[in-house]
Design a protein around this ligand. Sequence first.
Ligand code: ATP
Ligand code: MG
Length: 467
Amino acid sequence: MFKIPEGPQQIIHMLEGRGHEAYVVGGCVRDSLLGITPHDWDICTSALPQETIACFSEFRVIETGIQHGTVTVLLEGEPYEITTYRTDGFYSDHRRPDHVEFVRSLRQDLERRDFTVNAMAYHPQKGLVDYFEGQTDLINKQIRCVGDPDRRFQEDALRILRALRFASVYGFRLDDATARSAFSNRELLRSIAGERIQEELCRLLCGCKAGVMLTRFTDIFSMFLPEIGELAAFSKNGAGWPDVWAETVRGVSSAPADRLLRLVMLLRDIGKPFCFTEIRRGSMRFYGHAGISAELAGKALRSLKFDRATISTVEELVGLHKIKLIPSDRCILRQLSRIGEAQFRRLLAVKRVDLAAQENAERDKAMWRLDAVEKCLERVLAQKRCFRLKDLAISGRDLIMAGMPQGVQIGNTLQILLRLVIDGKLENTRDSLLAHCLKEGWFGHEYKQTECHADCNGNQRHYPSEY
Ligand code: ATP
Ligand code: MG
């Protein structure tokens, strides 16, 4: 039916050589049947964990998942998870089974799995084992729980989000009973750890049907992102009010399938319900919404236990998504100096998608301006123009060598020089920079009294008084 690579074939062969059963199972079977190359091959076996370990005594074996029956074997550097057939005990916290029980029947092992499309096993000679019509569901493109959906979602509420994730990634729908049950059990998602939700959410957002899922199951997302519920409710509030939730969804769907960009698109307008002004009937302004949305986005991502880098990147992009970019060297270099090249490129992508999602008469003009900004960005980067302290032709050491007292003024002076270079007021050469410092009397005893100003990064700095 489909071909299994050497590694898992060998594992199955070795387990069978000792009298055990073994199959590839779960995601790799689903993906193979869909014609997608699986990213890993999981194996299930009738062998108990210690029996599995005994089979692979000549290989490196990692025992970290052993209490759940999983042993990882390294074959030519490639890890394979081998899990003993098991049933899951009761999920008293709706998260993890209280205990697992090892069993000798494949059917029982497949029964504990979440969806029919994930509950198939495959053997290179015996073929497909499909007790719950997973293959039919694959053909019909639907996600359906194995057994009673209410019971399955009550055992582990994360499955609600997994169902939406699989549907979004594969472009499937939820079968009716599964969808109804996902809705009615949605409150249980509140008991799921942020880290688990986070992973499913990111994968879901990057799926081809993310927009459909967000629209159809908004109330489910509101369980762990209440701000989304507010946004959707706001959109329904007044006749003729802009549908900000629809704009959000359009933004998510049309953004490149990148987790950071899609998170930004999801959260970019969550501040709107808190800062709207109806300037005339049906016409709205949302002054300062980017800043408020950034703050709320940070809070939401923290509650889902995102890492710090993701939080600050998303927060910054949400906060900047309405910033006006001008296609001038000076504006581009200043922005580059502030947020760096990678973030600048993300900002351009966000602005493009944000604009495209709007119904705005000025849209085409703004799009042309973004094209010009991008051209200008490519040009200043190709020219290797100076926008970071490390691009300056002199360093703090040079200033000290030239007689500037050590201390805070070194950093401040470099910042001023950088800004002058970015603004085209000074040439970025050693001679011109040192000559400027000399002319201004910034060396030795003549170093002037300083005052507080914001530098080009927006930080408060002490600069010589004329700046
Ligand atoms: P992918 O790796 O692409 O996310 P997958 O199907 O392999 O897809 P995993 O999370 O790796 O998903 O899980 C492997 C298998 O374990 C699933 O195919 C499914 O059979 C089972 N499974 C995983 N999580 C659950 C769960 N919460 N409840 C029941 N079965 C689960
Ligand atoms: Mg997997």
